[in-house]
Design a protein around this ligand. Sequence first.
Ligand SMILES: [Zn+2]
Ligand SMILES: [Zn+2]
Length: 94
Amino acid sequence: MVLIMIFGFLLTPDRRITEKLLGDRLRGGRIRCPACDWQPQPHDRWCCAPGCGEVWNTFETRGTCPGCLKHWTHTACHRCDTWSPHEAWYEETD
Ligand SMILES: [Zn+2]
Ligand SMILES: [Zn+2]
């Protein structure tokens, strides 16, 4: 019984995305435009418009503007200008 509880604890996945992990994901190319496969880099920036005008890397906050906390469900590609669902940018890793 105790063993089962320990294994259950060990197997619980930690789904929080740290900044380091985000950097690894960006460098590893596991975030890309669903339409043209363009891969955003850590230095790429998006603008909250229409909105508060904040400029930031939307993948650092998973689509949430740090200025006004607006959640952007779609993200525009810098290469092909296609708006795709933010979650669709994250490549399946399994
Ligand atoms: Zn694109
Ligand atoms: Zn904003």
